[in-house]
Structure formats: C-alpha cells, structure tokens
Design a binder for this molecule. Structure first.
Ligand code: PLP
Length: 410
C-alpha cells in the first residue's frame, strides 16, 4: 500500500469514529476559568466602596476606578492617569477607537479618516481584520516574521502613502504565530517616518502575561520608545483580563498619551456613564498587583502547557523531515500557526470538519479571509482536554498529510 493509500484508509477510519471536537477559537478551558472562582465572593453589597468612599454600585467614573487604573498601569508600564479601565473586552475598545477615527478623526489629524488603510501583518488576528472590513478601512498585508512585521516593507509603505493610517500589532506571543517583537522592531515602529500625521499603532498586548513555559518574553515599552523620539501620540496599547480571569467577564484597558486618553474619554462620554466598577473592584481584590497576575498565570500555564506540548508532539511525529509542513512552537499565547504545502489549507480544514474536528476557517488569519497561498491553518489547543486534543491532532495530521500527498501527486 502506498503512503497515500494508507493515509486515506486511516482518514476513513478516523471519520467513522464520529468525533465532535471544536478547535475553532482560542477560548480558555473551563479548568482555567475555575481558577478565578474565588473572584465571585470578593465583592458584596455592603463592601463595594472605593478607598475614598465612593459607592461603586452607582453611575460614574468613566475612566474606571482608580484601583483598577493603578493595577493596569503596573501591567502596562505606565501611570494610572494614562490608563482607561473599561468593560469586559479590549476588542470593543479597539473598535471604538477606530470607529471614532472614521467618524471624528483623531488628535493630530485633519478630520475623519477617509479612504483610510491599515497595515496588517499576516498571518494575524481575524477580529482585527474584521474591524477594518466593517469600518471600510482598507487592508494591506505585510509579512510577519519571527521578530515582528517585515519592517523594511512597513517603513517603505507608511513613508509614501498618507492614506495608511495605522498598523495592527500583537507584540507578544502574536496571534497566531506566537512571534515576539524584538527591540529593534519596536524602535523602528516608534520612530518610522509616516506620511500620515495621525498614524496609529494598535498595540494589542492581549498576551502580555500569557507564558506557556519558563521562557518569559519581554517586549520593549513602545510608548516610551515613541515618546523618546517625539511620537507620543502614535501608540494605543490594549490589554484585557479575558484570558487571565474570565473571558466573558474580564476587564479591558487602554493606555496611551495624555492627548489620546482625553480624546477617548471625550468620545466615551456620549456612549457610557461609566464601566462595570464592581467587576473592576473584584479584579483588583483578586489579583492585587502585577505579581498577583503573574502568579495566577503560572496556574494557567500548568493547564494549557501540556496541550501545546501535545500539539508539538503530534506535529513533529507526523511532519518532521517530510517537507510538507512548518509550524510554530510558541512560548506563550493561545495558538499554533501551521503552514502546509501551498493549496492545501482549505481542503484540510474541510476534511477535518467532515471527520468531526472543527478548525478555524482557512484564510481567517488574512485580510478578507484570503490566504493567497492557501496554506495557513491556525490551531487553537486551549479549549479541548489533552485527550480530545490528542484525538483531534490525529485527525488533523492524518488529514493534512493526506491532502498534501494528494496535491503532490497532482
Ligand atoms: N486581541 C487578540 C490578539 C486576541 O487574540 C483576542 C482573543 O482571542 C482578543 C484581542 C480579544 O480580547 P478581548 O476578550 O479583550 O476582547
């Protein structure tokens, strides 16, 4: 029997097992959410006042409670006055910033963004691209390297085209490749000459403390780097506790220059009287400080580290030395990015779904869902159990290999 025949037989056998495993999104597993269980007990009706006596049950405090701003300031390496602690999602804050830019413009610009474009390092985060698509912001893909975006391409593009208003960046354990931005990339982003005076870097530090191993990455503070070269308003930094505490009930924060914080608060005034301060207080009491967050993240790593190890083990067993696939070995974050032979991703995702393993749609990590080489697949190992994951990886590896060999056979 040829390798291809053997794989086809194995695939049919796996398909007949009628499995139903969902690896579409990077959701925390229930065991991770359980780590925050004590949080529910930390704020009671008779115990929800701020240090200055403010009753957090009531309206107000648009920028978030001072205790939460202080906690995020420590995490984001800035000062509390430059932090807005918001609702439960950083994505909403990012959407609001860009919608505000399209409707009203941003400080340093000359009014609402018209025919704006964004640079999108690829593969990247599908929801970033969805925001641009929704708001009519054009997207220009740039190559993502191991140390951040291809800066030669980025610098050339932003220098000559004033309609390029920004770039998406996930600086640490990037979604989906796990790349960590180098100091050189951070410095170049902070200092590059932009034709657009109101250029913005959407610095989505979603995985700032999401280490998987003992190998803890540090990324240079881009806000300080930008201030040092006279571009303080270029950077908007976002984090959230979605994958630290509860994905459905975390707290998000934005940090930026004074000008940008004031601009954001001015816009927010019209859409909110204040965030969920009780949840913010719950988070402050639970974590206390950055050290508390870091200690908590070690518990997450203990749960999801073995899942990433299972993915790595299955991938290397199936693909080492074959030349059919390359994949990332992230030290943090939520994903493994796989590149198969060109033209094999969509078919692999489809056949995996037929065999009961749902993966992120092929092309999702590219603007407009278009992976020009049809080769990239994002694996999201956190949600299934290790046992489910091993079974899912058996399906994935068998299917991907079969599709590649079929393609190679023409
Ligand atoms: N940013 C990145 C890079 C992500 O991967 C995710 C979730 O997968 C988010 C933001 C969503 O964050 P939030 O839950 O704070 O909206």
């Amino acid at each position: 029997m040829s390798d291809l025949d053997a794989l086809s037989a194995a695939y049919q056998n796996l398909k007949s097992r009628n499995q139903n495993i969902d690896m579409t999104r990077g959701k925390p597993a229930a065991a991770q959410l359980d780590l925050a269980a004590a949080m529910f007990e930390l704020v009671g009706n008779d115990d929800c006042k701020g240090a200055d006596g403010t009753d957090y049950r009531n309206y107000g405090i648009l920028a978030g409670i001072p205790e939460a701003r202080a906690l995020f300031a420590e995490l984001m390496e800035t000062t509390p006055d430059l932090v807005i602690a918001g609702g439960n999602g950083s994505l909403q804050m990012m959407y609001d910033v860009l919608q505000g830019a399209v409707v009203f413009g941003v400080p340093g610009g000359d009014g609402p963004w018209r025919d704006a474009k964004f640079l999108c390092p690829v593969p990247g985060y599908d929801r970033h691209f969805a925001i641009c698509e929704r708001l009519g912001i054009g997207m220009i893909p740039v190559e993502m390297n191991d140390d951040g975006p291809d800066m030669d391409a980025v610098e050339a593009l932003v220098a000559e085209d004033a309609s390029i208003k920004g770039i998406w960046c996930v600086p640490k354990y990037s979604n989906p490749t796990g790349a960590v931005y180098s100091d050189a990339v951070v410095d170049r982003l902070a200092a590059m000459t932009c034709a657009a005076p109101d250029f913005r870097i959407m610095w989505d530090n979603a995985y700032v403390v999401h280490h998987l191993t003992g190998e803890i990455a540090a990324v240079k503070n881009i806000q300080k780097a930008a201030e040092a070269v006279g571009n303080p308003d270029r950077i908007l930094t976002f984090v959230s506790t979605s994958k630290i505490s509860l994905a459905g009930a975390g707290v998000a924060a934005m940090a930026a220059s004074k000008v940008n914080v004031e601009d954001a608060l001015e816009r927010m005034f019209y859409s909110s009287i204040g965030p969920d301060k009780i949840n913010q207080l719950r988070h402050v009491r639970f974590f206390k400080n950055k050290a508390g967050i870091e200690a908590h993240m070690l518990k997450h790593a203990a749960i999801i580290g073995p899942k990433f190890a299972a993915v790595e083990k299955a991938m290397s067993k199936a693909f080492d030395g074959t030349g059919l696939a390359t994949w990332t070995k992230p030290a943090g974050g939520y994903f493994v990015s796989v590149d198969l032979m060109d033209g094999c991703a969509a078919e692999t995702v489809k056949l995996c779904a037929d065999a009961g393993v749902k993966l992120t749609a092929s092309g999702a990590c590219f603007p407009y869902g278009n992976d020009p080489r049809d080769r990239n697949i994002r694996l999201a190992p956190t949600m299934p159990t290790v046992d489910e994951l091993e079974r899912a990886m058996e399906v994935f590896c068998t299917t991907a290999k079969m599709v590649c060999l079929r393609k190679a056979a023409g």
